[in-house]
Design a protein around this ligand. Structure first.
Ligand SMILES: Cc1cc2nc3c(=O)[nH]c(=O)nc-3n(C[C@H](O)[C@H](O)[C@H](O)COP(=O)(O)OP(=O)(O)OC[C@H]3O[C@@H](n4cnc5c(N)ncnc54)[C@H](O)[C@@H]3O)c2cc1C
Length: 452
C-alpha cells in the first residue's frame, strides 16, 4: 500500500514536492486555501492575457530551476532576453547595467566606483556567510564602499527589495543577492539575459497540476487547513473545510511565524531564543499600457516622494505576443506583513499610486492606460534579521512523520524559485526513499497542531 502524504500549500514548493513524491509512488493530497494553485508564483487575469500576479524572472545561473523545467517537459518553453537595469534619482533615470554605464553614473565619484567594484569582488570571495549574520547590511556596505556610494547606489536597491525594513536586515542579504547574480560561469552577455517560460508561471503551474493528477495525486484547492492532529494508530488527521482526512505523513510548506498556532502548539519550535520568523508583505500595483514605460527590467528609485520603491518593466524582456501586444509594468513596495497599507482598499491605493506615477512619468496619458490591478500578499519575504538562522524551523521535527519545508529555511540565499527547487531536490535526496515505503504504524507522540 502506498504511503499517504498530505502536503499543505500548493505554491511552487508544494506543487514540485507533490509532483516528485507522487511520481515516486506516494499517494499525495495537496491542499491550498486559495482557489487557484501557485501561491506567490500564481497567475492573474490582466484582461487580454494572463501573466504572473507578481513579477518573476529566471537567471541563467538558476540551474535547479532550469533543470526541473526540462525534467517536466518545459525546456522548450524557456525564452531568454537581454535585460537592462536603471536607477531613478534627482528626477532622472540612469542606466546602470554594464560596467561602462556604471562608470558614467554621475552620482558616484571615481573612488566610489572603485569601492563599488571592490564590494562586488569582496562578496564573491566570501565563502562562509555566517559571520555576516552579526552585522547589519547598511553598516557592512558603508564600511566597504563609503556612505556616499551607499546612499546613491545601494540604499535604493535595498529599499526596492526590502522597503524600510532593510535597516534590520543582516549583510547575508546583500551577499546572497550579489553571489546569486554572479554565480554563473556564463559570459557577461549571457549573464545579462533574463528568462521566463512562455505563458508565464501559469504554464508551469498547470503542467505540475496535470503531472500530479496523472500520478494519482489529488489537489484540494479552497481548503484552508485548520488543524493537524496526530492519530493514535500513527500518522495524522488533517482538518480542512470541516472534513478530517488521515495521512501517514504531513509536509507543511506555507509560512510559519511566531503568531501562528502551528508554531506554538508543540510539533514545531520556532525561534525560541531569538524570536519568530518575521515576514515582509508586498503591495504591488500592476499597470497594463499601450506603450512601454521603461526600457529597464528593474528600475530602483531613490525618490522618497514616490509611493513605491521599484519599477519592474516586465515587457522589456517578455515578447509582445505574450501580453496581447500590451505592456506590463509592476510597481512593488515591500512592507511589514502587519502594515495597514497592505489592507487598504483599492479605491484608496489607486489615487495614491496615480500621483506617484504622474511624478515618474509626467507625459503618460490616460489614453495610454489599459488597466490597473492592485496585487498584494502579506507573507512574502522572510526578513533576514541579525542571526536569522537561529530563528528558522528545521525540516525534520519532533515528530518523525511531520516535516516543514518552506522559504524561511533559506538562511544563505535570497527568496527565489531556484532555491525552492534546490530545497525540494535536497528533501527528495535525503528523505525520498522513505516516502516510497509502506506506512510505519508505530504509535506517534500524541499532539495537536492547529494551522492559522
Ligand atoms: C513580488 C515578488 C517577486 C518575485 N520575484 C521572483 C523572481 O523574479 N524570481 C524567482 O525565482 N522568485 C521570485 N519570487 C519568489 C517566489 O515567488 C517564491 O520563491 C515562491 O513563490 C515561494 O513558493 P512557496 O511555495 O515556497 O511559497 P508560497 O508561494 O507562499 O506558497 C505557500 C502556499 O501555502 C498556502 N497556505 C498557507 N497556509 C495554509 C493553510 N493553513 N491551509 C492551506 N494552504 C495554506 C498558501 O495559500 C500558499 O499558496 C518573487 C516573489 C514575489 C512576491
Amino acid at each position: 500500500m502506498p504511503l499517504r502524504v498530505g502536503i499543505i500549500g500548493a505554491g511552487i514548493m508544494g506543487l514540485s514536492l507533490a509532483q516528485r513524491l507522487s511520481s515516486n509512488g506516494a499517494q499525495v493530497t495537496l491542499f491550498d486555501r486559495e482557489p487557484q494553485a501557485g501561491g506567490l508564483t500564481t497567475y492573474h487575469d490582466y484582461g487580454d492575457f494572463w501573466w504572473d500576479r507578481f513579477y518573476h524572472v529566471i537567471l541563467s545561473s538558476d540551474r535547479h530551476l532550469i533543470g526541473y523545467l526540462h525534467e517536466i517537459g518545459l525546456g522548450d518553453r524557456l525564452r531568454w532576453s537581454p535585460a537592462r537595469s536603471g536607477l531613478y534619482a534627482k528626477g532622472r533615470m540612469y542606466p546602470v547595467t554594464s560596467p561602462w554605464e556604471l562608470l558614467r553614473f554621475p552620482l558616484v565619484g571615481m573612488i566610489g566606483k572603485v569601492r563599488l567594484a571592490h564590494t562586488i569582488l569582496a562578496c564573491n570571495r566570501i565563502r562562509d556567510w555566517r559571520a555576516l549574520e552579526a552585522v547589519s547590511v547598511e553598516e557592512w556596505l558603508i564600511g566597504l564602499c563609503g556612505r556616499r556610494t551607499y546612499e546613491a547606489f545601494w540604499k535604493p536597491l535595498l529599499l526596492a527589495k526590502l522597503g524600510e525594513q532593510y535597516r534590520r536586515v543582516s549583510a547575508v542579504f546583500i551577499w546572497s543577492y550579489i553571489t546569486r547574480l554572479f554565480s554563473t560561469r556564463d559570459t557577461r552577455a549571457q549573464r545579462n539575459q533574463l528568462g521566463y517560460v512562455s505563458g508565464g508561471y501559469r504554464t508551469v503551474i498547470q503542467r505540475l497540476e496535470t503531472l500530479i493528477q496523472a500520478a494519482g495525486g489529488t489537489i484540494r484547492l479552497g481548503t484552508a487547513i485548520q488543524a493537524i492532529e496526530s492519530a493514535q494508530g500513527g500518522g495524522f488527521s488533517v482538518r480542512g473545510n470541516g472534513r478530517d482526512e488521515h495521512f501517514d505523513r504531513v509536509i507543511w510548506t506555507g509560512p510559519i511565524d511566531g503568531g501562528s498556532p502551528l508554531a506554538t502548539k508543540g510539533l514545531v519550535s520556532v525561534g525560541t531564543s531569538s524570536g519568530p520568523v518575521e515576514y515582509l508583505g508586498v503591495l504591488c500595483p500592476v499597470l497594463v499600457t499601450r506603450r512601454p514605460l521603461v526600457p529597464y527590467y528593474t528600475l530602483n528609485l531613490a525618490a522618497p516622494e514616490i509611493p513605491f520603491t521599484g519599477v519592474i518593466g516586465m515587457s522589456s524582456i517578455v515578447a509582445a505576443e505574450e501580453t496581447a501586444g500590451l505592456f506590463l509594468t509592476y510597481f512593488p513596495k515591500y512592507l511589514p506583513s502587519d502594515d495597514p497599507q497592505l489592507k487598504l482598499p483599492d479605491d484608496i491605493v489607486k489615487p495614491q499610486f496615480g500621483e506617484g506615477l504622474r511624478k515618474l512619468f509626467p507625459d503618460l496619458q490616460e489614453a495610454d492606460i489599459v488597466g490597473l490591478h492592485i496585487n498584494r500578499a502579506a507573507k512574502v519575504q522572510p526578513l533576514q534579521v541579525l542571526h536569522y538562522s537561529k530563528r528558522v524551523p528545521t525540516v525534520t521535527t519532533r515528530h518523525k512523520d511531520f516535516f516543514i519545508l518552506n522559504t524561511s529555511q533559506f538562511v544563505n540565499s535570497t527568496l527565489n524559485n531556484n532555491a525552492v527547487i534546490g530545497a525540494v531536490n535536497e528533501f527528495v535526496r535525503t528523505h525520498g526513499r522513505s516516502f516510497e515505503s509502506t506506512p510505519d504504524r508505530s504509535p506517534a507522540v500524541l499532539e495537536t497542531v492547529e494551522a492559522s
